[in-house]
Design a protein around this ligand. Structure first.
Ligand code: HAS
Ligand code: CU
Length: 589
């Protein structure tokens, strides 16, 4: 990897911030390791190749897998990358580093609480469980610790956003007329989207799920909590994706040897995500009774518009890479592809992640069509889709990005670039096998979310090969992914022992078409936030209103709401919360 003599690394310039980023990555990677272990256990279990857990524990393992990978791994990595991006692009430290440490601490505490509630599910001595999957809506109910942990975690992310907005405001006072640097723009717009999106989950958890699990209310309205969950559950996928986009737009052109093709187009993309990410959540509920077809149709239309920012991204990122390849001497209509730095694991990982995302985007388009969704909903097709999107576009980009960021954050070289290269290729290969098998299985009607997909006395009709062949493909793919994760983690662990050295700093080049080429209105964050809120109200006011009108806030026959705190309910609360903790301590003792 070429370094630029005299350029300080991020760790040289901002040692305290680099330490925050490293800590966030540490939590992310611990979650990745445990989550991947849970993943391979499931892949081997549901394909009936190796069963080391009882089927009754399948949901605990599945919940652990989902929550650790798509909540803890992704979001801790996000806060690390965003802290790096905001600091380096504004060239400014947070206003108060103690505050920064506090939100990271809150997020960690929340993760431990939620993780403990999930793991309790397999400890028979502890009377608690949270087998509710990462889509934690009713009627499944978790121990209150699970929801409380989520609240603490999400509050942590909100404060992270406050921190970054404060940093930006400080910068703005000193640079009143300048355009927001691109990386900071990406961080701030993503956080606006996050604030809007998390309203859904906050209302669902604070007003319904938590009081219900504490026994303050005796029932909830499942359709209402599902709808509130998906209000958050779709945009959260872009919360995972946008840090990967940040790396694709701002780091990948550099490693390809070129420059970003268009800064204005990148801004348009992030603004479109602010506007359109939330008013589409009902596309997860096409099969839900109780929501009128018309509302589903509106969600479908919005979803089709939401393809646009990703299609624009495909164009801009590929154009930037092509520019890099031509700078490196590449020629021809497609011959330039050969001139790309394929031996660089950071580049190859991100490029393979992008290629897989093209396929994942395609299966997303299939999901989004109301009529075709009826064929694939609740089948293994859907996990096939999201292992290409969050499981590859996002996860593989994060791993590849780590290879590039590592020297900037630690002043150490990576232990082994060949292992890193093998690791990203292995991920691509493993995922190609696993997600292909999942998509095909889904088309044959094989269900998702079950330890026993093969119903007795029933054979799935396959066009070629058979279910057992698909199972072998799935299990093999899952095993390769696990091996790839181990290679990633051990390479990083060994890198810790590398000597520190100077001269590892890298600069990110300016875009070919810079911010001066874009209208100023793109930087008007208040305007986009306002329009985004209006669109959410338009998309959700009527569906939510009609759900409540039809079946009440708490479902038919629900008791009075809001709940009142009485000595009795407090005593109940104490029993619910304290019991498992006391028993867990007894077990440990
Ligand atoms: Fe999705 C279900 C629709 C994107 C994640 N999705 C899920 C679930 C998850 C998930 C986790 O409409 C399951 C939730 C559950 O448990 O029930 N999804 C879409 C659509 C998109 C989409 C339309 N999904 C994502 C992303 C995710 C994600 C991103 C995570 C990060 N999804 C759905 C629907 C469902 C669904 C329905 C419900 C299904 C059901 O019935 O339950 C779009 O945003 C996709 C747009 C993407 C593209 C691709 C553009 C290509 C690019 C590649 C560029 C290439 C490069 C390489 C950089 C149009 C940008 C260059 C290299 C060289 C060498 C040149
Ligand atoms: Cu979605």
């Amino acid at each position: 990897m070429a370094t630029e003599a005299g350029t300080p690394t991020f760790a040289n310039k901002y040692p305290e911030e680099a330490s925050i980023v490293r800590r966030a990555f540490l939590v992310a990677f611990i979650a990745l390791g445990v989550g991947a272990l849970a993943g391979v256990i499931q892949a081997l279990h549901r394909t009936n190749i190796l069963r080391i857990i009882p089927s009754a524990d399948y949901y605990t393992v599945l919940t652990l897998h989902g929550v650790l990978l798509v909540i803890v791994f992704t979001i801790f990595f996000l806060v690390g990358v965003f802290q790096w991006a905001i600091t380096r692009s504004l060239e400014r430290s947070p206003p108060n580093i103690t505050f920064t440490k506090a939100w990271l601490g809150l997020m960690s505490l929340g993760s431990v609480m939620t993780g403990a509630a999930i793991v309790s599910g397999v400890i028979s001595e502890v009377d608690a469980s949270a087998d509710v999957l990462f889509t934690f809506y009713a009627p499944l109910q978790a121990h209150p610790l699970f929801y409380a942990g989520l609240v603490v975690f999400i509050v942590g992310t909100w404060l992270a956003g406050v921190d970054w907005f404060r940093t930006w405001l400080g910068w703005r006072r000193e640079h009143p007329d300048e355009r927001i640097p691109l990386q900071a723009f990406m961080v701030l717009t993503t956080m606006i989207m996050w604030y809007i999106a998390t309203i859904g989950v906050a209302v669902s958890v604070l007003f319904f799920l938590l009081p219900w699990s504490l026994g303050f209310i005796d029932q909830v309205n499942p359709l209402l909590t599902r709808t509130l969950f998906w209000f958050f559950g779709h945009p959260v996928v872009y919360f995972w994706l946008l840090p990967a986009y940040l790396l694709w737009y701002t780091v990948m052109p550099k490693i390809a040897g070129g420059r970003l093709f268009s800064d204005p187009l990148a801004r348009v993309v992030f603004v479109l995500f602010v506007l359109l990410s939330t008013p589409v959540g009902i596309h997860h509920q096409y099969m839900d009774p109780g929501i009128a077809q018309g509302f589903k149709f509106i969600a479908m239309t919005n979803t089709m518009f939401l393809l646009l920012p990703s299609l624009l991204t495909a164009f801009t990122v590929v154009a930037s890479i092509e520019h890099g390849a031509r700078q490196r001497g590449g020629t021809g209509l497609l011959g330039w592809l050969r001139a790309l730095p394929w031996r660089d694991p950071a580049f190859t990982g991100m490029a393979l992640a992008g290629l897989m995302f093209a396929a994942g985007g395609f299966s997303g388009m299939v999901n989004a069509g109301m009529n075709i969704n009826y064929l694939v909903h609740n089948t293994l097709w859907v996990p096939g889709h999201f292992h290409l999107t969050v499981g590859t576009a996002v996860a593989l980009t994060f791993m590849a990005g780590t290879y590039w960021l590592w020297p900037q954050l630690t002043n150490r070289r990576l232990y082994s670039r060949p292992i890193a290269l093998a690791q990203v290729v292995l991920w691509f290969g493993g995922m190609a096998l696993m997600s292909n098998a999942m998509h095909v299985s889904g088309l044959f009607g094989i269900p998702r979310r079950t330890a026993e997909p093969q119903y007795q006395g029933f054979d799935f009709a396959t066009t070629f090969g058979g279910v057992s062949e698909l199972n072998i493909q799935l299990a093999l793919g899952g095993t390769l992914l696990f091996v790839s994760t181990l290679l990633f983690l051990s390479n990083l662990a060994l890198s810790l022992a590398q000597p520190t050295r100077s001269g590892l700093g890298q600069q990110l080049p300016a875009a070919l078409s810079g911010p001066e080429d874009s209208p100023r209105v793109l930087d008007n964050l208040a305007l986009w936030s306002g329009i985004a809120v209006v669109l959410v109200v338009l998309a959700y006011a009527l569906p939510l209103g009609s759900i409540i009108a039809d079946s009440g806030l708490l479902g038919p026959g629900g008791t009075a709401y809001p709940a009142v705190l009485t000595p009795d309910s407090l005593a109940g609360l104490q029993a619910v919360v304290a019991d498992p903790v006391v028993r867990a301590l007894e077990v440990v003792a």
